[in-house]
Design a binder for this molecule. Structure first.
Ligand code: PLP
Length: 410
């Protein structure tokens, strides 16, 4: 059972006994920053810098175009995919890195919907907007209907009309987590396919895609996988479905023989058919370096620390800053790895926190999110965040023109 902390030295004592403490050194984090935005953009890892430097100087610089073969650039999508597979409970040949989450969702929605003539795509209302925009585009292209319902109605809504159920495993705002095994089974029992968006769970919560019967998923590389700004995303297709699906984006990299330059398209065997164009090698290098930060680290140990950070954050905030209301589930099986608070002045408080070195983020209309990233966050950072937040709220320090929403450009 978790014991609430009261002092900075309690937090530092927890850091001393944290088995993941040495892993923080694998990252480049500026001094004086408590970084709670790794659920949006992970920090650079030392390995990312080193691998990217090697790609630019030695591979690209010396081997030039020979790098495609000699440095193994051509295999980067499969190689990075296999590394992600370990973190999400999949086989190495079931994951490939390519494109963005939005594009990968598009590919899977179209590919999967062709397996049946059922008329509807089903999803949750109020989930991350890019998925919904993509699904609306897919609906227009295919003539399918898009049904969006509130979370409590989802299970009951899955039925004979449902062609595809697509869901975010962890909600970007509140961190609520679906039961991935139960919802996948619910879709399967109704004769539908489930597609999961794992953006807020890959590298954050323990996933066992094979064991849980998950057949299709997408996720991004720049959050908990620390792949860098705009890092390529990944796509998972269970082995048994791969030969039955074909990508709607029939690019040469997904061709069975890309260098035969034939007029006809023939999909590559297996997961490779979900590639479209040339992989972005510099970005792939940073992503491979980001994933390397997980070497020797089990997802169970990552999750155990996430739970500790969450409980610490929640109990300190309840004590020191009760005006911010926690909207993330207290049941650890029902949440991801960020903690969100609601406050009418969330935007200004978030800006005031950033100004004093506590970097979380704001999500409209009134939520502050703090990403809990166990590889590099310390209990001391949690203590600092709560103390600074309490100071800002108690003193009204957020109520200054420079923190006002009207000044925000983007
Ligand atoms: C749930 C979810 N899906 C998708 C995305 C973004 O997708 P893309 O990689 O296409 O930018 C995000 C970004 O924050 C997200 O939170």
């Amino acid at each position: 059972m978790f014991n609430p902390l009261t002092t900075l030295s309690d937090a530092q004592a927890l850091d001393q006994s944290d088995p993941l403490r040495p892993v923080r050194d694998r990252f480049l984090i500026p001094d004086g920053i408590a970084y709670f935005d790794g659920h949006s953009l992970g920090p650079p890892s030392r390995a990312a810098r080193q691998i990217q430097d090697d790609v630019v100087r030695r591979q690209w610089g010396e081997q030039l175009i020979g790098g495609w073969n000699d440095a193994g650039w051509i295999d980067a999508p499969q190689r990075a995919g296999a590394k992600i597979a370990r973190l999400i409970g999949a086989k190495p040949n079931e994951v490939i890195v390519a494109d963005s989450t939005s594009v990968n969702l598009f590919k899977l929605l179209i590919a999967a919907s062709r397996l049946s003539d059922r008329p509807a795509i089903l999803s949750e209302a109020g989930d991350f907007h890019t998925d919904r925009y993509i699904a609306k585009g897919v609906a227009r292209l295919t003539g399918l209907r898009l049904d969006l319902v509130p979370r409590p109605e989802l299970e009951q809504k899955v039925g004979p009309d449902t062609n595809i159920l697509y869901l975010s495993h962890v909600h970007y705002g509140t961190a609520e987590r679906h039961d991935i095994a139960a919802m996948t089974a619910r879709a399967r029992d109704a004769g539908a396919l489930a597609i999961w968006d794992l953006c807020h769970s890959a590298g954050a919560v323990p996933l066992q895609l094979n064991q849980d019967g998950v057949e299709l998923a997408v996720g991004c590389g720049y959050k908990y996988l620390n792949g860098g700004p705009g890092a390529p995303a990944f796509l998972y297709v269970a082995e048994h479905l791969q030969e039955r699906l074909s990508s709607p984006l029939q690019g040469w990299m997904g061709h069975a023989a890309p260098f035969d330059f034939t007029d006809d398209y023939a999909p590559a065997p297996g997961i490779d058919r979900f590639l479209a164009g040339t992989p972005p090698i510099l970005s792939m290098a940073a992503l491979e370096g980001g994933i390397e930060a997980f070497d020797g680290v089990s997802m169970d140990s990552v999750w155990a620390k996430s739970v500790g950070l969450f409980e610490t954050f929640r109990s300190l905030m309840a004590d020191r800053c009760p005006d911010l209301v926690c909207v993330s589930p207290s049941d650890q099986a029902r949440r991801g790895s960020h903690i969100s608070f609601r406050h009418p002045n969330a935007f200004e408080i978030c800006q005031a926190l950033i100004a004093v070195g506590v970097m979380g983020d704001f999500r409209a209309p009134d939520v502050i999110r703090f990403g809990l990233t166990p590889l590099y966050l310390r209990y001391e950072d949690v203590w600092t965040a709560v103390e600074r937040c309490a100071d800002i709220v108690d003193s009204g320090g957020w109520n200054r023109p420079e923190f006002s929403r009207r000044r925000k450009v983007t």
